[in-house]
Design a protein around this ligand. Structure first.
Ligand SMILES: Cc1cc2nc3c(=O)[nH]c(=O)nc-3n(C[C@H](O)[C@H](O)[C@H](O)COP(=O)(O)OP(=O)(O)OC[C@H]3O[C@@H](n4cnc5c(N)ncnc54)[C@H](O)[C@@H]3O)c2cc1C
Length: 475
């Protein structure tokens, strides 16, 4: 791994500026690699991740600054939700996420080279070479995870298309002389929006200037105070600004996620405004989806085209996040038409169906990849199924292999599954949470690749296993 920053520590990564909301789907990804406890500890969250999660979510976020009421989420309407240690989102920060992932990478023998900036990329049919500093690094594949201003994206010739910004947003850590003049939480105003967070002096705001200010100038105290006064309609005073940064709602995505031997993931492949807390969650979803496919490809057992299913599955999810980000911008615009829509949306969010609809998106539970077939579980993030002895699916996924869960009375898939033993774990027994399936095949990213009925079809299972895990190794 080549990383430009010489140091991992930065005030932009720790609280409060580095605060990030992880969706339940992202938290589940950590859980499935045995990293939930370390993540919670690093995030300063108390609680026992071994316990069954609550049946109803506690915190569900907002849409365009309009808060959702967790009591309004209809849990029964969420597809295949089962209690488990990772049914809730978590408030964390970038430092915690990076620390936990770095630990895992180092455990797996990955070397992170810091202070190394990729400045050139060349590839042929066999390999890709990245130049960084004075050195060239050759590999069979390169994944650009280098953020919204990705160098790899430009160097490898990806097209990045989308919509130009409507606003400049700011995050500011300041000494506020008269904080009582600002209302807590999200405040939509006739001129924009401001957010006063519980962290002292930490405010966010956005002003609809067409994105003109962002990065054109350094945000001075005077400028930030003027914007805050305009959007809050107060005469609040910022006596000192400690840290400040700006962003926009530019919404862009690459037209493909792969150019030859170069792939993109995270903000390198898609950018949008932070409204709705989606970017990091999208990136974690990209990484979960791509990691095992690339590993199978590098180790030579992937079926042709496996790596291309990454873009096929993840591009639509990224595109949808852009749509949600744009929708939130449109609703917040300070004009009479947008404000009229705001009223309608607020009414809808006050309903059970409205809140549940938004929550299904923000929690990640509405994600379903089109893997073909009619079975409704296939293509979804697998629920945390439990066997009669209490073993949870999540416990079986730690080493990154797939999992075959066989609930049939005669354990009929055992012989078949064992043929792929090095690539999938097999576990059998009575099922505790009966979802009406007799067996499931779960990919290493936690997605259901196949589900059988009460009398599972061995041949169908083997076809699915071959599709996702390659031809069985010679015994
Ligand atoms: C104010 C704000 C609040 C947000 N809140 C949320 C939230 O609550 N939930 C959420 O899901 N998302 C949120 N986001 C979005 C989220 O922070 C980003 O989507 C996410 O951090 C992107 O991660 P990434 O790894 O793709 O890119 P980055 O975090 O940008 O990481 C890219 C890395 O690549 C390195 N790099 C760059 N160029 C090079 C190069 N040429 N050579 C080598 N290394 C290079 C960088 O140093 C960096 O370490 C928020 C964003 C903002 C601005």
């Amino acid at each position: 791994m080549l990383e430009r920053e010489p140091e991992s520590r930065s005030p932009w990564k720790s609280d409060p500026l580095g605060m990030r909301g992880l969706s339940a789907a992202s938290v589940e990804a950590f859980y499935r690699r045995g990293m939930l406890r370390p993540l919670l500890t690093a995030s300063g969250v108390d609680g026992d991740p071994g316990a069954d999660g609550p049946s109803a979510p506690r915190g569900v976020g907002h849409f365009a600054g309009m808060m959702l009421d967790p009591a309004n989420v209809d849990v029964d309407a969420l597809p295949f939700r089962l209690p488990g240690p990772a049914t809730e989102g978590v408030m964390t920060n970038l430092e915690a996420v990076e620390a936990v992932l770095s630990e895992r990478a180092s455990m797996l023998g990955v070397e992170v080279r810091r202070g190394v900036t990729v400045s050139a990329v060349a590839q042929d049919g066999e390999r890709v070479v990245a130049r960084a500093g004075e050195r060239e690094y050759a590999a069979r594949w390169l994944v650009g995870c280098d953020g919204g201003r990705s160098a790899v994206r430009g160097l490898a010739g990806f097209d990045f298309v989308g919509t130009e910004p409507q606003f400049t947003g700011y995050v500011v850590l300041a000494t506020i002389a008269d904080p009582g003049k600002l209302r807590p939480g999200f405040n939509l105003t006739p001129t924009g929006m401001y957010l006063r967070t519980p962290a002292e002096g930490y405010v966010g705001m956005l002003e609809f200037d067409g994105g003109a200010f962002d990065r054109s100038q350094r945000p001075t105290r005077e400028h930030l105070q003027a914007v805050l006064r305009r959007v809050s309609g107060t005469d609040v005073t910022l006596s000192d600004v400690h840290l400040a940064s700006s962003f926009t709602d530019r919404a862009m995505q690459t037209t493909s996620y792969r150019q030859g031997r170069v792939l993109l993931a995270g903000d390198a492949a898609h950018i949008h405004s932070p409204l709705g807390a989606q970017g990091l969650n999208l990136g974690i979803g990209d990484a979960m989806n791509l990691g095992w496919k690339l590993a199978a490809t590098v180790h030579g057992y992937a079926r042709d085209g496996l790596v291309d299913t990454y873009a096929r599955e993840r591009r639509p999810i990224g595109a949808r996040a852009l749509v949600w980000a744009r929708a939130q911008t449109a609703v917040m615009r300070p004009d009479p038409h947008a404000q009229a829509i705001q009223g309608v949306v607020r009414d809808l969010l006050g309903t059970r169906d409205g809140t549940t609809y938004v929550f299904a998106h923000t929690s990640g539970s509405s994600i379903r990849y089109d893997l073909g077939g009619e079975q409704p579980l296939v293509g979804r993030n697998a629920p945390d199924l439990r066997l009669g002895d209490g073993t949870r699916l999540g416990d079986l996924m730690r080493d990154g292999r797939g999992v075959a869960l066989d609930f049939s009375a005669d354990r009929c898939l055992r012989g078949s599954a064992m043929r792929w033993e090095s690539r999938m774990r097999y576990a059998a027994g009575a099922v505790r949470n009966d979802l009406g399936v007799g067996a499931v095949l779960v990919r290493p990213d936690g997605v259901v690749a196949w589900a059988g009925d009460r009398d599972p079809d061995r041949e169908a299972f083997e076809r699915a296993a071959g599709q996702w895990f390659g031809a069985p190794p010679e015994s």
